[in-house]
Design a protein around this ligand. Structure first.
Ligand code: KG4
Ligand code: ZN
Length: 405
C-alpha cells in the first residue's frame, strides 16, 4: 500500500530525456526535461542513433535533478515508472535499463507505462491538480470522480490516434477508435516546415507564421481514407503507424497526412516558391541554417508562403476536429481531450474549444509544458497501476510498437 505516494517517472522514448516526481498521480513535485532538439535540428528530424547517445549522456543527471528538485532521495519513493513503448527501440532501452537498475538497487517496484497512456494522463494530471482539494488531500482520484469516459486525440510527431478512455475500477481502459494510416499530424507539420526551409521541429514555426497568412487562400482537402487498401488487419508499415491494426476501425475515423504534404510540395513548385524556401534554408550565409527568430522568418517569407502555411494548418486542424468530434458523438463521450506535441498549437486549441462549446462537451488540454514529451505524465499514469500492484516483470524490455489497450 502507498507510503509516501511518490512515484519517480522516467521517459526516453524519442528525443527528450525526462524525469519527474509526482504524488498520487495528482501533484507534480518536480519535472525535468532535457531536450535534444539542438542535436537533431541540423538533420531536420530525429536521428535514432544520436537520440540513444544523448539519452545515455543525460539520463543520470536528469534523474538526479528531478530528485533534487523534489528534495527527496530514492528511499522516499513508493515506485519507479518508465516508458516501455511505443518509441525508438534504442532510446526506450536507455530509460528502461536505468529504471530497472534504480529499482533493483533501491528495492522499489517498477511500473511499465505506455507512452500514449502517458499523454492522456498529462491531461488528467492537470485536471487533478486544478481540482486538488485543500489541506493536502492532493485530489486523490478526483479526476476519475468526473466519471465520464473521454474521447482522447493523441496527436504528436509519432502518433495521431483516437481512443475512448474509460475509468474502470480505479484503472483506465482504452479502446482505439481511429488512427493515421501513414504520417502522424506532427510529422506532417515537421515535413512541410522542412520543405519550406523552416527549422526543426516544424510545428511551432508553422503555428507562429500561420497567424500572418490567410487560412482560406489555398483550399486543401482530405479525401476519406479507403479502408480497402488496408484490409488484412495488419498495422500499416510506416514509422508513425505501426501500433495497431486498422481493419476493424470505422473508415470515417482514419487519418492520412501524406497527401497534404505532397499537395504543399506541388503548390510550392507550381507557384515558384522553391527559390524562396532555399533562401530561407540558408538564412545565415556562413554556416547555413534556417531562420532563428519569428522576425527573421517573417522577413524571408512572401505573403504567398504565409498564406500557404496558414492554409495548411487550417486544413490539418479542420481534419483533426472533424474526426475527433465525429468519434465523440458516435461513442457518446461527454469529454474530449487533445494531447501530445501538436496539442500546443494555438489554432487547434481555439477551434476545438469553440466546437466543444457549441456541442456542449467538456474540452480538455494539457498545459503547454505537459503537451510535449515529459515524465510527469508517465509518473501520473503509473499511479492507478501502483494501486493495483501492476508491476513490471524483471525482464521488461522495450516495445517499439506497443499498442494501448
Ligand atoms: O509529443 P511530442 O513532444 O513528441 C512525440 O511523441 O512525437 O510531439 C512533437 C511534435 C512535433 O512533430 C512538433 O512539430 C509538434 O509536436 N508540435 C507542434 C507544436 N508544438 C510541437 N505542432 C503544431 N503546433 C505546435 N505549436
Ligand atoms: Zn509523445
Amino acid at each position: 500500500m502507498p507510503g509516501s505516494g511518490l512515484i519517480l517517472g522516467i521517459e526516453s522514448s524519442c528525443d527528450e530525456t525526462a524525469a519527474a516526481v509526482v504524488e498520487r498521480g495528482a501533484r507534480t513535485v518536480s519535472s525535468v526535461v532535457a531536450s535534444q532538439i539542438a542535436t537533431h535540428a541540423r538533420y531536420g528530424g530525429v536521428v535514432p542513433e544520436l537520440a540513444s547517445r544523448e539519452h545515455l549522456r543525460a539520463i543520470a543527471p536528469v534523474v538526479c535533478a528531478a530528485l533534487a528538485e523534489a528534495r527527496i532521495g530514492l528511499g522516499d519513493l513508493d515506485a519507479i515508472a518508465v516508458t516501455s513503448g511505443p518509441g525508438l527501440a534504442g532510446a526506450l532501452l536507455v530509460g528502461i535499463t536505468y529504471a530497472k537498475a534504480l529499482a533493483f538497487a533501491s528495492r522499489l517496484p517498477l511500473i511499465a507505462v505506455n507512452h500514449l497512456e502517458g499523454h492522456i494522463h498529462a491531461v488528467l494530471l492537470n485536471e487533478r491538480e486544478s481540482d486538488a482539494a485543500p489541506e493536502g488531500r492532493a485530489g486523490e482520484d478526483r479526476a476519475d470522480a468526473h466519471g465520464d469516459s473521454a474521447l482522447a486525440l493523441v496527436v504528436s510527431g509519432g502518433h495521431t490516434h483516437l481512443y475512448l478512455a474509460r475509468p474502470l475500477g480505479g484503472a483506465w481502459s482504452y479502446t482505439l477508435a481511429g488512427r493515421t494510416v501513414d504520417d502522424a499530424a506532427g510529422e506532417a507539420f515537421d515535413k512541410v516546415a522542412k520543405l519550406l526551409g523552416l527549422g526543426y521541429p516544424g510545428g511551432p514555426w508553422i503555428d507562429t507564421l500561420a497567424r500572418f497568412g490567410n487560412p482560406r487562400a489555398v483550399p486543401f482537402s482530405f479525401a476519406q481514407v479507403k479502408p480497402k487498401a488496408h484490409l488484412g488487419g495488419k498495422p500499416p508499415r510506416t514509422k508513425a503507424a505501426a501500433t495497431a491494426p486498422i481493419a476493424p476501425l470505422d473508415p470515417r475515423l482514419l487519418f492520412s497526412f501524406s497527401g497534404i504534404k505532397t499537395a504543399v510540395l506541388r503548390h510550392v513548385e507550381r507557384n515558384g516558391l522553391r527559390d524562396e524556401a532555399l533562401r530561407r534554408m540558408s538564412a545565415a550565409p556562413v554556416h547555413p541554417r534556417p531562420p532563428q527568430t519569428r522576425d527573421e522568418a517573417l522577413r524571408l517569407c512572401s505573403q504567398q508562403t504565409l498564406d500557404l502555411i496558414a492554409s495548411f494548418q487550417h486544413a490539418v486542424v479542420g481534419d483533426l476536429m472533424k474526426k475527433t468530434f465525429a468519434a465523440a458523438e458516435s461513442l457518446g463521450a461527454r469529454r474530449v481531450l487533445v494531447t501530445g506535441g501538436v496539442a500546443a498549437n494555438r489554432e487547434l486549441r481555439e477551434r476545438f474549444a469553440q466546437e466543444a462549446s457549441t456541442r456542449g462537451l467538456r474540452m480538455l488540454f494539457p498545459t503547454l509544458a505537459l503537451s510535449t514529451d515529459n515524465a510527469a505524465m508517465i509518473a501520473a499514469a503509473a499511479w492507478p497501476r501502483f494501486l493495483q500492484h501492476m508491476f513490471a516483470p524483471s525482464d521488461l524490455s522495450a516495445e517499439p510498437s506497443l499498442a494501448l489497450r
